[in-house]
Each structure stands twice: as C-alpha cells, then as structure tokens.
Design a binder for this molecule. Structure first.
Ligand code: 3UK
Length: 519
C-alpha cells in the first residue's frame, strides 16, 4: 500500500469509523474504568468534536491530550482529528517546566488534562497565554480552578458530526520526543501515516486480525502505544485493552492479561525482563490468551528472548521503530525471527547503512542506518537546524548504528553517540550488555565508554544485581570472566559499578548518557 492509494481527502477518524457498518456493537476497548463499543466510542468522539468546535478550535489547531490511558484519552484524540485539528499527545511523566515549554511551543488553546496531572499545569498556567480551556479527564468541573470536567462537558453535545475533509497529507498528530540534549522535538504526522503504518507493519508483518485483542504496557502517548494498541487493532476491527497504571507495576500488568485475555502483548525489553524476574510468572499466572509478543523501544537482547520463549512458549517480535517514522520500519516477523536482531526490511521502507561520508558500507560492517518511507515526518516543529541533520531529503537519519549479517538480518549496534571504539574496533554496548544479561546475577545493566589511564576508551558496566545475589568484588570478577567467555576478549567491561537502578526515560529506555556523569 502507498499513500496514493488513500483518497486525496482522508481523515484518520476512518480508523474508528470503518468499524461502524459491520461491528458497531463489538467491544472496541476494555479497561477497568469501562468497556466501550465502536458505536459508543464514535458517539463520544462526535461529542468531543462538537465541543471543540464550540470552543473555537478548527483545522490545523493544536489540542493537547495529556491523560492516562483510558476511553476518554481515545475520545479526545479522535475527536480532535475528526475536526481537522492536531492532537498533541503528551507524556504524562514530565515536569511542570517541560509542559510549559511544550504548551507554548504548540500554542494549544484547549487541553485535555487528567486530574492527577492537573496541578502541574495549573502551576504554570499563568505562563501559557494561548491556553484558554482545560477539560479535566477523571475529575469534576471546578470554576475556582477555571476547569471543566470532561463528562459534564460532553454530556449535552450532539452525537452526530460530519468529519472535516482533511487532505491525507494534513497533519493530525504531534508527539514530543526527548533527545539526549536540548529541548524536546515536536514530531508531526499526517492522517495518511496512521493507515499506512497499520497496513505496512500491523497487517503485513505482524499479521493482526479482527479476532485479536491487543494490550500494550507502552502508553498511548508514545507512538509505539498509539499505533500498536489503538490504530493498528482498530484498523482491522480488533479490540484493545487499556491500562492506566505504570509499566513497572508487574502484578497489575499480569492482572490485566489474566482478566482481559489479550492475544498480543506490546512491551519494552525492560518490561519483559521485569516479568521474567518473577519466579511464579508462569505457575501463578495465566498467560494462555497470548499468541504473540512485540518488543520495541530499544534492542531486545537474545538472552531475554530465549528466557521468555522457554518460560512462556511465546515468540517475541523485535522491531525498531521511531517517533519520526511513527512506528516500526525494520522488524522480525512471525516464523522468521533471529533473536537479538531487529530482523529484516519489509515492504514500504528502504534502508541503507552508510559511513560518515554518506557512502554505503560493505556488507557486514557497522554504519549509520538511514531509512526511506512514506510515513516519515517532514521536520521537527520549530527546529530548523536539528531537522536538517535528521531529515535528509527522502532519507531519514535514524542515529542508529547497524550491521547486516550474511543472512540479511539487521543487528542494532547502539546509537551513534553510544558506540565505543576499543583498540580501534567498534564495540557495541548492546552486545556487552547482552553478554552480561546472560549471567544469572544480572537483572539489568548498561554499558558506556570510559577513558582509561591512557585515555583510551574501554567499556564500563553499570549493573543492577538480581535479588539473592551479592554485589561485590567476587561478583565483579565473575561477571568479567563471564564476558571473557562469551565475547571477544577486548569487548569485556574493565570496570563494573553496582547500582540500585538505572536512569531511564519515561518510555523505559536506559539513558546511557546520564551514566557518563556517574562514578
Ligand atoms: C531505538 C530501538 C533497537 C532506536 C518506537 C516502536 O522507540 C520508538 O521511538 P522513539 O522515537 O525512539 C527511536 C529510537 O529508539 N529503538 C527503538 N526500537 C528499537 N533500538 N531495537 C529496537 N527494537 O535508537 C531508535 O532510533 O522513542 C518504537 C514503535 C514506535 C516508536 N516510536
């Protein structure tokens, strides 16, 4: 499928409404809060759209959606799209300062904000001249605070609404992605990108079907979650399970799987490793509804893949995606998995691995991964210089180091800024981490480069020890010996620092750059 196969005037509310003729009364969404059918969701979306128009929101305006995962998040999102406005779905874990920056950057006049996050927005509201209305999800109208409750706000709005005839290339959503340095980057996507990613990866690679039920530990504000746990399943008429809690609450994650019986699970590698740390994962919990698991966000080390397979019998499909491409653009696929790799290219995306001068590297060598495809964003909002470094005409610079093996599988070798050269040879921190994770005492770890006494960079590991093992010199020696046995010797970490936890982004990625400032 190509963008040109979509109607010229296409509104991505189609992803929801295409289900109305044949399955209006099917449950579209399961959550502790309530279950919602496609017809009920469509009515709520129309009420939101009418409500937004009443507040003066129109084509191209940004509307903030800042809420925990639940039915109202979805209604706010599609209601915004339906009137041709742009949904800026924000990470729920940012600081008041970061929200102030983002609200000003996107000039939202209306924001849907969850009651639990509201205090942070009220704290900086005086600095947000464009913000005229706050609709509170999960809370009541409060005239003193100048906010209106979502339920009360939509109740009297008409349930019928004509969709805005948006161009398929009109922008429909905005996500902010934090870089290693600098302000967050606003990444814009068009209506066309939603059905395209749904077809190219969700259907063609993952094999989603109407009978599926998806569940993501990743949240809807992250396009890994929006695509995987909303857009793709609804595109094929499947149902979704939403969970508002934190990814780290393993018991609650498992309870959702047992109660709502999803067939597909989306998680980050750290999420799988956290579940694997539970001794009673498979004895006390029923995972039998699952048929397939997906991992993205960072590379999934082969030991985790094998442990998950051994304990649950389930395959994990690891694919690399990015907010810039909306979703996964290089992936393993059911029946064709090489554990530890990101799989192979698939129809819809072209890939190149190039050296610093932009020339293709010989097969097998590590280089910078460029990707070409029709779902790429065009630029970072208001960030000309950074846009120029990333969006190189038809190619997009992923910032990732990759190599291809003799069988055509792509192996992630870290970020451009994380790669190490040891003795003149590239060492991927990911590979060292993978070796360490193969040792039973290691729960989590991260490897960075550290200059030795001769100012030559060597790998250094930060390790979180699994319960029941003791951090100390003996374990340090054992881990280094383990790495010696499992990798080329020069790749072994020269120092091991035991830490209680690793710094991570809100989306669960380990922030190696922050470790560089630690001891
Ligand atoms: C890294 C991976 C190795 C890689 C994302 C699936 O992660 C997502 O988007 P972000 O914009 O980050 C993109 C960067 O994260 N990465 C992601 N997945 C993998 N590295 N193996 C992987 N499987 O550095 C990439 O450039 O936060 C993932 C779907 C949608 C997404 N937005």
């Amino acid at each position: 499928m190509r963008a040109a196969d979509l109607p010229l005037y296409y509104n991505a509310v189609d992803i929801l409404e295409r289900n109305l003729p044949e399955r209006a009364d099917k449950v579209a969404l399961y959550s502790d809060e309530r279950t919602v059918t496609f017809a009920q969701m469509s009515s709520a979306v129309n009420q939101v759209g009418n409500g937004l128009r009443g507040l003066g929101v129109g084509h191209g305006d940004h509307v903030v959606v800042l809420s925990l995962d639940g039915p109202d998040w979805v209604a706010a999102f599609f209601g915004t799209l339906k009137i041709g406005a742009v949904a800026a779905s924000l990470n729920t874990l940012l600081t008041a300062r970061e929200y102030a920056y983002i609200f000003r950057d996107c000039r939202a006049s209306v924001a849907f904000v969850h009651a639990m996050i509201l205090p942070k927005i009220l704290e900086v509201r005086a600095e947000l001249p464009h913000l005229r209305h706050i609709v509170v999800i999960g809370g009541p109208t409060d005239p003193a605070a100048g906010v209106v409750g979502f339920r009360e706000w939509i109740v009297d709005k008409p349930t019928m609404l004509e969709a805005e005839a948006t161009h398929r290339e009109d922008i429909c959503c905005l996500n902010y992605s934090s870089g290693t340095t600098g302000e967050p980057k606003g990444i814009l996507h068009a209506h066309k990108d939603l059905p395209l990613t749904a077809q190219l990866w969700g259907v063609n690679v993952l094999g989603l079907r109407e009978s599926d039920r998806t569940f993501a530990v990743a949240k809807l504000f992250f396009t890994f979650g929006t695509g995987g746990n909303l857009i793709f399943p609804w595109y094929v008429g499947a149902s979704i399970v939403l969970y508002p809690g934190p990814p780290a609450a393993a018991a609650n994650v498992l309870r959702h799987i047992e109660q709502y019986r999803p067939t597909i699970l989306y998680n980050a590698p750290t999420g799988y490793s956290m579940l694997l740390a539970m001794d009673d994962l498979t004895t006390a919990h029923d995972l039998s509804s699952l048929r397939l698991c997906v991992s993205a966000g960072e590379s999934l080390p082969a030991p985790i893949w094998h442990a998950w397979k051994e304990r649950t019998g389930l395959d994990i499909i690891d694919g690399i995606g990015s907010t810039e491409n909306y979703h996964i653009f290089l992936s393993n696929r059911p029946g064709d998995i090489r554990p530890g790799s990101s799989g192979k290219p698939f129809d819809g995306y072209g890939l190149r691995i190039v050296d610093e001068g932009g020339d293709d590297v010989p097969p097998g060598e590590v280089g910078n991964l460029l990707v070409r495809g029709e779902t790429a964003s065009l630029a970072y909002l208001h960030q000309y210089a950074r846009s120029q470094q990333t969006f190189l005409g038809e190619w997009l610079n992923t910032g990732d180091k990759y190599r291809v093996d003799a069988d055509g599988y792509y192996w992630h070798c870290g970020r451009s800024d994380d790669m190490l050269k040891v003795g003149g040879i590239w060492v991927s921190p990911v590979e060292v981490e993978s070796a360490l994770l193969g040792h039973e005492a290691v729960l989590e770890c991260a490897v960075i480069g550290q200059a030795d006494e001769r100012d030559l960079v060597k790998p250094k590991a930060f390790v979180v020890v699994r319960e029941g093992f003791e951090a100390g010199e003996a374990l340090e020696r054992a881990l280094i010996a383990h790495c010696r046995d499992h990798m080329a010797e020069y790749k072994r970490p020269r120092w091991i620092v035991f830490v209680p936890g690793l710094p991570k982004t809100a989306t669960g990625k380990i922030q190696r750059f922050r470790l560089r400032n630690l001891g």
